[in-house]
Design a protein around this ligand. Structure first.
Ligand SMILES: [Fe+2]
Ligand SMILES: [Fe+2]
Length: 289
């Protein structure tokens, strides 16, 4: 497996907060863009700490994958930071504050919690997030109709690469935490991994939910009371729908038999990735003449 670094050509100047016809969907996705700007730099630091714990011989292939993974994530958070500038206005005063509070929590984890905790949290993001990325490609396509192509590119590129490197965090967590005697393999290989997934989802939601709520409240400020009430209803329906859609995938992640290597990629993944490969239609680096 080789994980290339792709540089997407995205015109962020043409992105705006309501980038899809469905306001509530746009804002939910926007709230999902705030956390990676802080989370992915944190993951890179966690993996830098994990690397010396891997065996240079036994884990040689995994060490290469770790480096490729880090190179991909380093691009992801940079592009999200560029997209997130659209919220750095007086119109959305809470977004930056909530993002910074999340970043402060992650700094605290790095300072005060064990490497295994930080790896479990990271693995939780990669596995739990993978459930949503599949929805993006397979079940949420209707929301793309009439949406801004530049914003769609950000999600397509990021989520496709998340699928591409879906095994790496799991393998690093298992190598560092769950090797050794049977008690260690059961405790860290299953129970603590599940704790990491649930902890990450609960902690991330603690920030992403109020961000979405804030963005929507600001938009509702420009609406009539009847329109605002409709928006609230639509948001509730969307939240229920997404929660329902993620349940099956989440249960699979929590299973003792979970192994991301066995996850089939969503349909059309290769085409999406090729679009961003060097020379692709949405790549910053054109094909060599
Ligand atoms: Fe990422
Ligand atoms: Fe990732």
């Amino acid at each position: 497996m080789k994980l290339p670094v792709r540089y997407p050509q995205i015109d962020f100047e043409s992105c705006f907060p309501k980038w899809a016809p469905d306001l509530e969907f746009s804002m939910m996705m926007n709230s999902n863009s705030i956390l990676p700007a802080h989370l992915e730099p944190y993951i890179i630091k966690v993996f830098a700490q994990a690397k010396p714990h891997l065996d240079p011989v036994r884990d040689a292939a995994l060490i290469r994958e770790l480096d490729w993974f880090v190179a991909q994530e380093a691009q992801h958070y940079r592009q999200h930071i560029r997209f997130n500038r659209v919220f750095q206005t007086a119109r959305y005063p809470e977004v930056e504050k909530l993002g910074k509070a999340y970043a402060a929590d992650l700094d605290g984890f790095l300072k005060n919690r064990s490497l295994i905790f930080n790896l479990a949290y990271t693995e939780g993001f990669e596995s739990g997030g993978g459930v949503f990325y599949r929805l993006w490609f397979e079940k949420l396509r209707a929301f793309r109709m009439g949406a801004n192509e530049e914003a769609l590119k950000l999600w397509d590129w990021h989520y496709a690469e998340e699928f591409e490197h879906r095994e790496v965090a799991y393998k690093i967590y298992m190598a560092v935490a769950a090797r050794g005697n049977w008690a260690r393999r059961i405790w860290y290989g299953y129970f603590y991994r599940v704790y990491g997934v649930l902890r990450m989802i609960a902690h991330g939601t603690q920030y992403s939910r109020p961000i979405a709520q804030h963005l929507l409240e600001v938009e509702r400020g420009d609406m009539t009371p009847a329109e605002a009430a409709e928006s609230k209803k639509r948001h509730k329906r969307l939240t229920r729908k997404i929660t329902g859609m993620t349940m099956g995938g989440l249960l699979a992640v929590l299973s003792p038999f979970y192994n991301p290597a066995r996850k089939p990629p969503p349909k059309g993944l290769d085409e999406v990735l090729q679009q961003f490969d060097t020379g692709g239609s949405s790549a910053k680096i054109p094909a060599k003449a």
